[in-house]
Ligand binder design. Structure first.
Ligand code: NA7
Length: 548
């Protein structure tokens, strides 16, 4: 480790995923800043670099899960599958970085170890694990929301296991061979479901440890045929414009007529509506009812219907019942898109073990032991156990704001931010889709563009008005957090133990971590901030105007 002299730049951007690549382009080419990007991996990709486990795939349509700001970029890329697999998304991001010529601004294989505000200089000092130190006026946290895995100390004894052991979130670059092996999979979220579909193809035996049964709906992934690709290209600009205006940031559910509630609908009418729409796939099916996340009765009808579809698929009624979620309403945990998941339970080489009431007590040299003493032996354990979502990656930056205040102390009662972007006490620091931003119910790449645009505009407003420091006010941030938790608490989301509430991580503060609203509304709020002359921010210590 060498200590080199301080490198002065206008802005540091942390991360080279969707957010970092666009942020470097925007700040360099449109705001005119000298920018340094810092990325822990050896290349561009972000979470789409690390989550390279077999079967990894996006659960948003590929034509929507991409940048929308440049028609030229859109036209220079063809998606080959309806839902893009991880290697294709990573290749797309590398292609984008080359088109925008931002690769040269990044220090790769470099991890940020601390980000400290220097009160005297009114600048940030950013340190890295390579001994480089940067002095920057602005810092953009584009480190992602699902980029820090849960602390493995939760999995008692896992170090003792003598077989092969993998975490899906840091999958090796080399191919892993499951063939003939006794494989244990822990976790049945989006990740566990996707990798199970692959492991089941060749494993000698796959045992899936399920704590909470999740709702999974058919993804219906398929190859995009040449005619469709041509159509996509010809209609790209219009499609992307529609994505931006759609409630979820994607182009499905294009009928703008008001959607019905399933509550109070006559049984035969509801059944016919569900039956007609089910074959179109889970994505479309879940957009036929208006009040799914707020109306218990409406939600129950849809949950019941999806449970029946699970029962249709799985031959063994006992296994089918175990796979039916009973403890949370559909959509209160992130919905899973499956492409054959339920069918694997009809194979002889797959078994399901519920660890809900009989939890994994500890991992052992040969496998694991459950609370009731049952021992299981495996050749390989695959952990698809999720992330310290949303706040974990921000906290990992080692942030210290004004007067040396640590972020952990500021966020002790919940992750208070101004519109998911700025933190009072942490001037000139901007998060891209940070806590209480529209991270879970809106298409991320579109939201990322909105946040980067907002960041660029905030920086530009600051510099254009001859100021050097912009900081969200405590009052504005508290008001925003009240909006986000109001939306959350008035929905069905608090009924689930999800990462939306932070309760998937032992000891993490239960709070509101996401904005349960469309990115369209977030964009309107951000526009109002700008129109009010950066309402809710202080520039060089002077509060400009009240929050919108
Ligand atoms: P998730 O959705 O957080 O899923 C993690 C899974 O691992 C889930 O089934 C958990 O059960 C299970 N888990 C976690 N810890 C344990 C322990 N200690 N014992 C047993 N089972 C455990 O992460 P994913 O990677 O699948 O998906 C993350 C996001 O990526 C997803 O939402 C999409 O946005 C894309 P639990 O449900 O907590 O009972």
């Amino acid at each position: 480790r060498r200590v080199r002299e301080m490198i002065r730049v206008d802005a540091v951007v942390i991360g080279a995923g969707f957010a970092g690549v666009y942020a470097v382009h925007k700040l360099r080419d449109e705001v005119g800043l000298q920018v340094r990007g810092i990325e822990a991996a050896e290349t561009v990709g972000g979470v789409w670099h690390w989550n390279r486990y077999p079967g990894a795939r996006c659960d948003v349509h590929s034509t929507s899960y991409s940048y929308s700001f440049s028609d030229e970029l859109t036209q220079s890329w063809e998606w080959t599958e309806a839902y893009a697999p991880q290697p294709e998304i990573k290749a797309y991001l590398n292609h984008a970085a080359d088109c925008l010529d931002v690769r040269k601004e990044f220090a790769f294989n470099t991890r940020v170890t601390s980000v400290v505000w220097e009160d005297d200089e009114q600048r940030w000092t950013v340190s890295t694990d390579r001994g480089d130190t940067y002095s920057a006026q602005f810092v953009v946290g584009a480190q992602g929301n699902l980029s820090v895995a849960k602390d493995p100390t939760e999995f008692v004894g896992l170090d003792n296991f003598q077989g092969e052991k993998y975490f899906t979130s840091s999958w090796p670059a080399e191919e892993v061979d499951f063939s003939g092996k006794r494989v244990c999979l822990v976790g049945t979220g989006s990740t566990g479901t996707q990798i199970a579909e692959v492991i089941a193809k060749t494993a000698g035996h796959l045992t899936i440890m399920q704590r909470t049964a999740n709702f999974a709906v058919p993804g219906l992934n398929h190859t995009v045929e040449p005619e469709q690709r041509t159509w996509n290209a010809q209609n790209a600009a219009a499609l992307r414009a529609r994505d931006r205006l759609n409630f979820y940031g994607v182009t499905i559910g294009e009928d703008l007529a008001p959607l019905p509630s399933a509550a109070g609908m006559p049984d035969d009418e509801r059944q016919a509506l569900f039956d007609t729409n089910w074959p179109a796939g889970g994505d479309a099916f879940l957009q036929i009812i208006a009040d799914l996340v707020v109306n218990e009765e409406s939600n129950k009808h849809v949950s019941d219907y999806v449970r029946d579809r699970i029962r249709d698929r799985v031959n063994d009624p006992e296994v089918a019942e175990l796979l039916c979620p009973t403890d949370h309403p559909i959509l209160s945990k992130r919905i899973v898109l499956e492409n054959g998941y339920y069918d694997i339970f009809n194979q002889d080489n797959v078994s399901l073990v519920s660890v809900k009431n009989n939890p994994i007590e500890r991992y052992t040299e040969r496998g694991l032991r459950l609370a009731d003493g049952t021992a299981h032996e495996f050749d390989m354990i695959v952990m698809a156990t999720g992330f310290d979502s949303i706040t974990g990656p921000v906290k990992a930056l080692g942030l210290r704001g004004r007067n040396g205040v640590a972020l952990d102390d500021v966020w002790a009662d919940g992750p208070v931010t101004y519109v998911g972007s700025a933190i009072p006490g942490f001037p000139n620091f901007f998060l891209i889709v940070g806590p209480t931003g529209p991270a879970a119910f809106y298409n991320n790449p579109v939201s990322i563009e909105d946040f980067v645009d907002h960041t660029a505009s905030a920086i530009k407003s600051t510099l254009d008005s001859g100021c050097g420091v912009i900081e969200a006010t405590e009052d504005a941030a508290r008001r925003w957090y009240a909006i986000a938790s109001g939306l959350f608490d008035n929905s069905l989301l608090p009924y689930a133990n999800s990462w939306y509430r932070g309760v998937n991580v032992p000891g993490k503060k239960p709070a509101t971590y996401i904005l349960l609203a469309s990115g369209v509304l977030w964009r309107a709020y951000a526009a109002a901030i700008k129109a009010s002359g950066m309402g809710g921010f202080a520039l060089d210590g002077v509060e400009r105007s009240v929050p919108p």
